[in-house]
Structures are given as structure tokens and as C-alpha cells.
Design a protein around this ligand. Structure first.
Ligand code: FE2
Length: 295
């Protein structure tokens, strides 16, 4: 067959990019079309920018395959990858723009579990003794006008004093360091726990290898996770960070916001707070008010 009979076909890198984009032209869902065409545009630009070689792409495929194989009902390596690449935080910032004055959100992280036990006001989330300093997290859930919200739900979870979540440590009881609390009639909550500690994100998988290969550390500053919700208000997924933590400026997953940093105050004597909470010194307290924006 002579070449004159052949139709023109894409031959350059840019021709291929244009052709791939064209194949998505008939996507019915306009948002899906926008996302797929933008994804192709940016990924192809990346390939051309770094002049990606085949052996490097095979390494990438292998990395993503291992990331998938690492995932099960207790380990979510893709969330870790998203977190360590800052994808989670950028998506959070785009998705959860709150009016000024409302509590800011931050990363959800890979350690939340559905079905945490319901807890009474002031109950303990430490299902098994650990070496941590006792801590009392308390405060109010308020609306944008400062009015208390009664019956707001606070889903709380935290690493134990050894820096591990229950899903990482099989010696811990199920649902250790987790609980769902509700505010009282004055919008108050009180959670008994241990002082949070800085911890390393799971480091024994492909994400850990990526951090090592790029000379990055895996530490997160000490924090307590909260999802705070109430009917008629926007839910907020957030953390409260310990103000003295040395990793506040280098969080491996970029989750720190100034408005979420709070003091964990030491109590060495049987003071008024100790009597009020029935606490034995030494212990720490952290007061933090959550402000919910209307739906
Ligand atoms: Fe965490």
C-alpha cells in the first residue's frame, strides 16, 4: 500500500495528547469530562517536562502497585501517599472553605475508624492503661454568634502514648483511644485521654521508601483528632495540636494551621480544675472551643 493512501495519524507527543483529550469529548458528565481532560493535560505536561523514561515509569507502576497491595481494612497506604504529597491538604483547603471565625479543618488521615464507642461527658477514651500523662480536653461547641450548641457530636481519636493507633498495635484493645462524645445543654464537652505525642506515620511501606529516598522525615506533631458535627451546621474534620511540639513546622502531612494550636497546661497540684474534673495530679488540660458554620 502506498503511503499516499494512509490517513494522517498522531505522530508527535503533542499529537497524542490532543488525541487523548479528544477521546473524552463525548463524556456525558461535564464535571467528569473536565476532570479527565485536565488530568490528561497535566500528566502529559509532567511527562514532557521531566522527559520521563520508560524504566522510570515502570518504577512508578511498581510503586503504585505496592501502594495498593499495602492497603487493607487497617492500613490505608493511598491516604498516606495523598497526605505526604500534600494532595489531602490542598483538597481540604479547596473543599472546606469556612467563613472567618469558624474552626478550620485539616487532614482526615488514615486512622479514623467508624463505629467508635459512645461516651458520656468526661469519660475516658483510654481503653487500656498506657504510660501517658493524663489529659483532659474540654471546651464548647459554638455557632458563629458564640451561642452554645447542645448535643453536638465529637468523634475523637488519638494515638496512644507510644505514638501508635489501635489499628497499628495488636496488643491494644479494640477501639482504644476512640470515642464519640456529645455536648451538654451548655454546649460543653469533656474528654479524658492522655497527652498526645508526636508520632511517625507508618514507615514500612512504599510511602516510607519514598520519604527515605527524598530525605524527608515521617514525623507528625502531637495532636488529637476531632470530627465535630451538629444538625444544621457544617461538619468540621480537624485536629488540636500541642503548642510545644517541635514538629509543628515540619508536619510530614502539612496539616498544621495556627488556629488549631492549643496549650496543654500542666497541673501539678490538686487545684480547682483537679477538683472540678476529679483529676489526680499530675495531669494536663487543653481548652479548645469549636465554632461551626451554618450549613
Ligand atoms: Fe493522627
Amino acid at each position: 500500500m502506498s503511503t499516499a493512501a494512509l490517513k494522517p495519524r498522531p505522530t508527535t507527543e503533542d499529537d497524542i495528547t490532543a488525541e487523548v483529550l479528544r477521546r473524552f469529548d463525548n463524556t456525558q458528565d461535564p464535571r467528569l469530562k473536565q476532570i479527565m481532560q485536565s488530568l490528561v493535560t497535566h500528566v502529559h505536561a509532567f511527562l514532557k517536562d521531566v522527559q520521563l523514561q520508560e524504566h522510570e515509569w515502570w518504577k512508578g507502576i511498581d510503586f503504585l502497585t505496592k501502594t495498593g497491595h499495602m492497603c487493607d481494612d487497617k492500613r490505608q497506604e493511598f491516604i498516606l501517599l495523598s497526605d505526604t504529597l500534600g494532595i489531602s491538604m490542598v483538597t481540604d483547603l479547596i473543599s472546606n472553605r469556612k467563613p472567618a471565625g469558624a474552626t478550620e479543618s485539616t487532614v482526615f488521615g488514615p486512622f479514623h475508624r467508624a463505629g467508635a464507642p459512645e461516651k458520656e461527658y468526661g469519660a475516658d477514651i483510654v481503653a487500656k492503661d498506657n504510660a501517658g500523662t493524663m489529659a483532659y480536653c474540654f471546651g464548647r461547641v459554638l455557632d458563629m454568634n458564640g451561642k452554645p450548641i447542645a448535643g453536638a457530636a465529637l468523634d475523637v481519636w488519638q494515638a496512644a502514648a507510644d505514638g501508635l493507633y489501635d489499628v497499628q498495635d495488636t496488643t491494644l484493645e479494640n477501639m482504644n483511644m476512640r470515642g464519640i462524645f456529645h455536648t451538654d445543654k451548655d454546649g460543653r464537652y469533656l474528654v479524658k485521654t492522655t497527652r498526645p505525642v508526636p508520632y511517625q506515620i507508618p514507615f514500612d511501606g512504599p510511602v516510607g521508601q519514598m520519604l527515605t529516598a527524598t530525605n524527608r522525615h515521617p514525623w507528625r506533631p502531637a495532636h488529637v483528632h476531632f470530627v465535630v458535627s451538629a444538625p444544621g451546621y457544617q461538619k468540621v474534620t480537624t485536629h488540636v495540636f500541642d503548642s510545644i511540639d517541635k514538629y509543628l513546622d515540619g508536619d510530614a502531612v502539612f496539616g498544621v494551621k495556627n488556629s488549631l494550636i492549643a496549650e496543654f497546661k500542666m497541673h501539678d497540684t490538686k487545684d480547682d480544675i483537679a477538683r472540678q474534673f476529679g483529676a489526680e495530679p499530675p495531669f494536663v488540660t487543653c481548652e479548645f472551643d469549636f465554632v461551626l458554620a451554618p450549613e
